[in-house]
Structure formats: structure tokens, C-alpha cells
Design a binder for this molecule. Structure first.
Ligand code: NAD
Ligand code: UDP
Length: 389
């Protein structure tokens, strides 16, 4: 419950504000709306083209104390003149809207670039012109590949953190060639980051840029054929969940050798709330938000998810739980990959005192319990239907 005595990190009382949250109906937006409604007195103007993931907050029984603090606006920010009015009515704008599934980067590069750069331009402009604070969601993918990935496989410097730890104010952004269209997303995100930063430097825009490192948890993406297109390819958590729910082997792209650090969505949302409520500490900064302790290869992730899913569902794992697939077969022409993503946590620690708490095993256990509870029955019904003749 919202309490009147909430204070910021410097001991000052936190005043209720109005937040224009664009992309509020997505995975991160739904968790952020939930946190803001349940734990704070702030108001949210939730902008998205979908609202399925926040319906429980918008409709709920009249006893929900937040019903007058959240409003849904079904707006496509590509072409809707109401956007500026909503930004003007708010103290803070948070922009989460994006195409952000890797399967789209090389197959729909134009939509990817428009969504992540062109469509974000008016949001930055309205914030700057109206002196409104902006929290813009970028990505860890702006770092691209690590410096170490260009060294021979057995080179000792590959073990040196200077060659792989990703630092907001020091690491370069290293992308592949243009024909590797995978990098269309990273490049668009990098350019919008530079624009936001330049608005801060030249016009005094108060901004914070967030670089999420593989946030995962309930409500992420969709399960193909259940609450998303049958042929759709979501991010790895939903791909592997789908395989587990359907008792199919998990597909390891190019051997599953890439490494990722996964952070629990609920830990990451704590960091965003600190940014919202501590503007003096967050403005002008770019923050990595991830969990450097939860690093695995994609193969190890598949093995752990198989083990955890068996525990939460009570079903035995398949005899051969994984299968190798080439990136060309899985994603098509123009795919490429980030080799390794470990966030440096110095800046977020110093400014906001934030640290992630949840281990990979624990976050997979709560997430896969949710996936099983939400989808197992629906999958059973779909897979038991006779094929149409
Ligand atoms: P998501 O796809 O679940 O949410 C994005 C939301 O934006 C969707 O609900 C979508 O409908 C909405 N949207 C897109 N275009 C829109 C438009 N033109 N008008 C109105 N709404 C629009 O993705 P997410 O995981 O919640 O990611 C949110 C942000 O965080 C994105 O900017 C993404 O690039 C960034 N990010 C997330 C992760 C992660 O780990 N989840 C990692 C890196 C970056
Ligand atoms: N991946 C995989 N099998 C899948 C889906 C993804 O091996 O079914 C790999 C993908 O090639 C990448 C990693 O998992 O190396 C993470 O993919 P995700 O889509 O979550 O996004 P990314 O972290 O690359 O932005």
C-alpha cells in the first residue's frame, strides 16, 4: 500500500507525480505499472496499442485503491497527435515502446529502425520543448560484441575483465557489418541514445537512459500459437518455455555458446523505481541494469530450464532435451550475435545503491511456475486437437 511517509535516498519526502508511460502494456511496462500502483501514490497515463498485460490493473474490483491512478490510452505513437498533450500533463515520461525481439532485427530491419529511432524522436522533442523529464529505455545491445571476441579463442587476455566487462562511460559500441542486419536494432538504439544525450547537453533536457541486460520473468513476450502468432519467434525465455510446455527439445542456436547474464524482472523494476523517485541522482546518467552474478551460456540456460521445469511441472525431462540449429535456419539471413554481456555495476551502485538479489535458479523457478500455471492447459488443448482435414 502507498504510504504517506515515503522518502527518497536523501531522506526527502517523495511527492506524488504523474508519469506518461509509453509501451506500458508490454513486459517491462506491466511490471512497472504494477509496482507503481501497489507501492506508490504516483499516477500513470499508460500508452500502448495493447493492454492485455495490464488488464488486471485497469479493471480489477472497485476495491483496488489505484483505479483512479491509472488510465489507459490506446495510442500508436507513430501517428497520434494526443501524445504531446499527455506528455505535457505529466511530470515524467518513460519510453519503453520498441520492436525488441531479435527475430525481427534481420527480417524486419526497416520496422526495427523506425520503431527504435524515428518513432522515438517526437517523444524526445516533446520532453525537451516542454521541459519534462525523460527516462528512455535503450539496451545492453548497444555494446554489441566484446573487445575480447576479436582475440584468438585461446588468447589469455580473453580472461581479463578489461576485455569483456561493459562500462557505460568507457566501453565502445562494436557492431558487425551492415549486411548483418541483426545490428539494425543496436544501431537505432545507439543513435537515439546519442540524440537524448545531445538534447541534455545542448538544450538542458533532464534525462536518464536505461540499458537492460536480459530482464526476464512472467509475462515476457508470448507463447507461439497460444497468445501470439504460431510462427512468431519470441526471446529465448519464451522460446525455451514453449519447447518445454510442448515437450519438444530446446533449440540451441549455433551451439548455444553465447553468454548472457539474466536478471529477475522484479529486481530490475526496483532499480527503475529508484530512478523515478531520485531524479537528482539519476538525471544525466546512463545505467546498466543487470545481474553480473547470473552468467550462463545459452546451453547452460537450456539445461537449467529443463531441470527447473521438470521440478515445477512434475514431468520427467526428455531423454535428449536440446537440439542444435544453425542461426540461418532459425533466424534467417543477416543474423549475428553478442558473444558475452556482463554489466559493470559501478555507476548504478554509486548513484542509487542498487544491487540485484535473485539467483538464476530462483528466478527460473518462479517464472517457470508461472508459465506452467498459465499455459500448460491451453497447450494440452491445442496439441490434442485433431488436425483439420
Ligand atoms: P515489449 O515488447 O514487451 O514492450 C514494448 C511495448 O511497446 C509493447 O507493449 C508494444 O505494444 C509497445 N509499442 C511498440 N510500438 C508502439 C507504438 N508505436 N505505439 C505504442 N506502443 C508501442 O518489450 P519489453 O521487454 O517490455 O521492453 C521494453 C523496452 O526495454 C524496449 O525499449 C526494449 O528495447 C528495452 N529492452 C528490454 C530488454 C529486456 O530484457 N526485456 C532488454 C533490452 C532492452
Ligand atoms: N537462442 C537460442 N534458442 C532459442 C532462442 C534464442 O539458442 O530458441 C539464443 C540466441 O541466439 C541468443 C540468446 O539465445 O544467443 C538470447 O536470445 P534472445 O532472443 O533472448 O535475445 P538477445 O539476448 O540476443 O538480445
Amino acid at each position: 500500500m502507498a504510504s504517506a511517509a515515503r522518502v527518497d535516498l536523501d531522506g526527502n519526502p517523495i511527492k506524488p507525480i504523474t508519469i506518461c508511460m509509453i509501451g506500458a502494456g508490454g513486459f517491462i511496462g506491466s511490471h512497472l505499472c504494477e509496482k507503481l500502483m501497489v507501492e506508490t501514490p504516483h499516477k500513470v497515463l499508460a500508452v500502448d496499442v495493447y493492454n492485455d498485460k495490464i488488464k488486471h490493473l485497469l479493471e480489477g474490483p472497485a476495491s483496488h485503491p489505484w483505479l483512479d491512478r491509472i488510465q489507459f490510452h490506446r495510442i500508436n505513437i507513430k501517428n497520434d497527435s494526443r501524445l504531446e498533450g499527455l506528455i505535457k500533463m505529466s511530470d515524467l515520461t518513460i519510453n519503453l515502446a520498441a520492436i525488441c525481439t531479435p527475430a525481427d532485427y534481420n527480417t524486419r530491419p526497416l520496422d526495427t529502425i523506425y520503431s527504435n529511432f524515428i518513432d522515438a524522436l517526437p517523444v524526445v522533442k516533446y520532453c525537451s520543448e516542454n521541459n519534462k523529464r525523460l527516462i528512455h529505455f535503450s539496451t545492453c545491445e548497444v555494446y554489441g560484441k566484446t573487445i575480447g571476441s576479436f582475440l584468438p579463442a585461446d588468447h589469455p587476455l580473453r580472461q581479463d575483465p578489461a576485455y569483456f566487462i561493459l562500462k557505460e562511460d568507457a566501453s565502445p559500441c562494436i557492431f558487425g557489418p551492415i549486411e548483418k542486419q541483426r545490428w539494425s536494432y543496436a544501431c537505432a538504439k545507439q543513435l537515439i541514445e546519442r540524440l537524448v544525450y545531445a538534447e541534455g547537453a545542448e538544450n538542458g533536457l533532464e534525462f536518464t537512459i536505461v540499458r537492460p541486460f536480459n530482464w526476464i520473468g512472467p509475462r515476457m513476450d508470448f507463447i507461439p500459437g497460444i497468445d501470439g502468432p504460431s510462427e512468431g519467434v519470441p526471446r529465448v525465455l519464451a522460446c525455451f518455455s514453449n519447447n518445454l510446455l510442448r515437450h519438444e527439445p530446446l533449440k540451441l542456436v549455433d551451439g548455444g555458446q553465447s553468454q548472457r547474464t539474466f536478471v529477475y524482472i522484479k529486481d530490475a523494476i526496483e532499480a527503475v523505481l529508484l530512478m523515478i523517485e531520485n531524479p537528482a541522482r539519476a538525471n544525466g546518467h546512463i545505467f546498466n541494469v543487470g545481474n553480473p552474478n547470473n552468467e550462463v551460456t545459452v546451453r547452460q540456460l537450456a539445461e537449467m530450464m529443463t531441470e527447473v521445469y521438470s521440478k515445477v511441472s512434475g514431468e520427467p525431462p526428455l531423454e535428449s532435451p536440446t537440439i542444435d540449429v544453425s542461426s540461418k535456419e532459425f533466424y534467417g539471413e543477416g543474423y549475428d550475435d553478442s558473444d558475452k554481456r556482463i554489466p559493470d555495476m559501478t555507476i548504478i551502485n554509486k548513484q542509487l545503491g542498487w544491487n540485484p538479489k535473485t539467483s538464476l535458479w530462483d528466478l527460473l523457478e518462479s517464472t517457470l511456475t508461472y508459465q506452467h500455471r498459465t499455459y500448460a492447459e491451453a497447450i494440452k488443448q491445442v496439441t490434442s486437437k485433431p488436425l483439420a482435414s
